[in-house]
Write a protein that binds this ligand. Structure first.
Ligand code: ZN
Length: 492
């Protein structure tokens, strides 16, 4: 028998020894609450979950957690952007409404967090970025309590179905599609809507070529009432599985304001996670059964389904929650928060954008929005709802949901996928087995390469320890190729 150990090739930090970490590990979902200074854990969901632990830290995100061993050493860290996106959004609307929304409605600070259960892990430490960009300690959780704090899955779940299966969830990006505001009688409609979103996503570049690394599940949770709270001029609160609410519509009513009110999210974030956790999941989208147009993405993506083309809105919103991409349009409030960095497809500096590797030499910077530069990557204004920010192309799914993704957003989606999946599944009888052929395998021992191969080709590797470096080959990615690489270390 071969013992699989592994070493991560992805952006190790000085604190960590990636050679000590497996490529993916069983995990648990923590049900957490963030205020502006403190993160607490209110429960857990103990089901079959996995964390691909080579995901690198990204200081854009504003929230970080670290796993500490018994000696207090950091053995793993990861960032997510959901908690700080919520705080930036609520901070803006608190100013508009003249009331501190997070203080008054702490339930809005709830979020789910996938945490790996490493054998040496003892404690999770939470950190929130402050306005200077520094991380501040914001509490911790003792992993000894994981089992005792198990709150279970959501009792409204009546079933689930896997719509697209490409392989083991331990090495796939698992998407869960949930429904809110669909009554028991409307579950057939929800199933149809979920099918349409799954089909559209898998047909959309670059997800089409990534389909062998993606699983998609539908989880059913009938709601008592149809619709979403405040989804019409006179509509009030509705009793739905996840409490989807048009929050800005409510703020308009409270303040007499007239803000664009398409923002919709779930007031029951823990229940969303508890429902999703009936299957292994990495990312989720909630489809909301209302005729009012709406979408948003914080911890999960949300899209309403009562109009033609809602599949495109779902793909756009997943661009935020899964791709960590920013809006490339300017229709809504310009919210810039120093605690959150700008997304990879947004820049303040049109002369030297982070996507310069996609810009041809003859493209002027900033780039005029004229027909001459249609289809070119450059630096176009406005973006991110702000007049002083720039986007990569005139059109992109993140600007206009009816269009395809620009090269910059495409690159990011590919890289994000490989933070939840790795290029191959592992070694079997001298062959590295994987879901696709466009993976280059380099076999080495003591730093000397002794073979190269493709997945499925047999290599005589002998009985002494060796490594295999697997790299997914794609034209979609020009920088950050380490994200597409995994190194596997084998010992007899
Ligand atoms: Zn884009």
């Amino acid at each position: 028998m071969w013992l699989l150990a592994a070493l991560s090739a992805c952006t190790p930090t000085a604190l960590l020894d990636p050679a000590a970490l497996p490529p993916e590990t069983p995990g648990v979902v923590l049900l957490a609450t963030a205020s502006t200074t403190l993160v607490t854990v209110g429960g857990t969901v103990v089901t079959e979950q996995y964390v691909d632990i080579d995901e690198p830290t990204d200081d854009r995100d504003g929230f970080r957690y670290q796993i500490l061993d018994g000696a207090g050493e950091v053995i793993y860290e990861r960032t997510t952007n959901g908690p700080m996106v919520v705080q930036a959004f609520l901070g803006y609307w608190s100013d508009a409404a003249g009331v501190d929304l997070l203080d008054n409605l702490p339930v809005l600070g709830r979020f789910p967090l996938h945490v790996p259960l490493l054998p040496e892990g003892r404690e999770v430490r939470f950190q929130l970025r402050d306005e200077t960009g520094a991380y501040r300690e914001a509490g911790s959780y003792d992993l000894a309590y994981v089992e005792g704090d198990d709150m279970g899955t959501y009792d409204l779940v009546t079933g689930f179905e896997t719509l697209h299966s490409s392989g083991p969830s331990s090495n796939r990006m698992d998407l869960v599609i949930l429904g809110d505001g669909y009554t028991a009688e409307e579950q057939g409609l929800f199933a149809e809507h979920a099918d349409r979103v799954a089909e559209a996503l898998l047909a959309e570049p670059p997800y089409d070529t990534l389909a062998p690394f993606i699983n998609i599940h539908r989880v059913d949770t009938p709601s008592a009432e149809s619709g979403a709270s405040f989804d019409g001029p006179t509509a009030g609160p509705r009793d739905t599985a996840f409490g989807s609410i048009f929050a800005v519509e409510l703020i308009n009513r409270l303040t007499g304001g007239n803000y664009n009110s398409v923002a919709v999210f779930q007031s029951k974030q823990w229940e969303v996670a508890q429902a999703a956790s009936v299957v292994p999941w990495d990312t989720a989208i909630v489809l909301i059964n209302t005729p009012k147009f709406g979408g948003m993405a914080v911890h999960v993506a949300s899209a309403t389904t009562g109009f033609d083309g809602f599949e495109r809105t779902a793909i756009h919103e997943m661009g935020h929650s899964f791709g960590l991409l920013g809006d490339e349009y300017a229709y809504d409030a310009c919210i810039q928060d120093p605690r959150l960095g700008l997304p990879v497809n947004i820049t303040r500096d049109p002369q030297d954008p982070p996507w310069a590797h996609w810009i041809d030499d003859d493209v002027p910077l900033p780039t005029p929005s004229t027909s001459s530069w249609q289809g070119h990557v450059g630096a176009f204004s406005p973006a991110y709802n702000c007049g002083d920010l720039y986007r990569p192309r005139q059109n992109c799914t993140m600007r206009d949901s009816t269009r395809g993704f620009c090269p910059v957003c495409t690159e990011q989606i590919v890289r994000r996928t490989f933070r939840f999946a790795d290029p191959v599944d592992g070694l079997s009888h001298g062959r590295m087995e994987g879901p696709v052929e466009n993976v280059e395998l380099e076999w080495s021992r003591d730093g000397e390469v002794f073979a190269t191969s493709a997945p499925g080709e047999r290599v005589r590797h002998g009985k002494r320890p060796f490594e295999v470096r697997a790299t997914y080959v794609t034209d979609h990615v020009r920088v950050g190729l380490d994200d597409l690489t995994q190194v596997y270390r084998y010992a007899p």
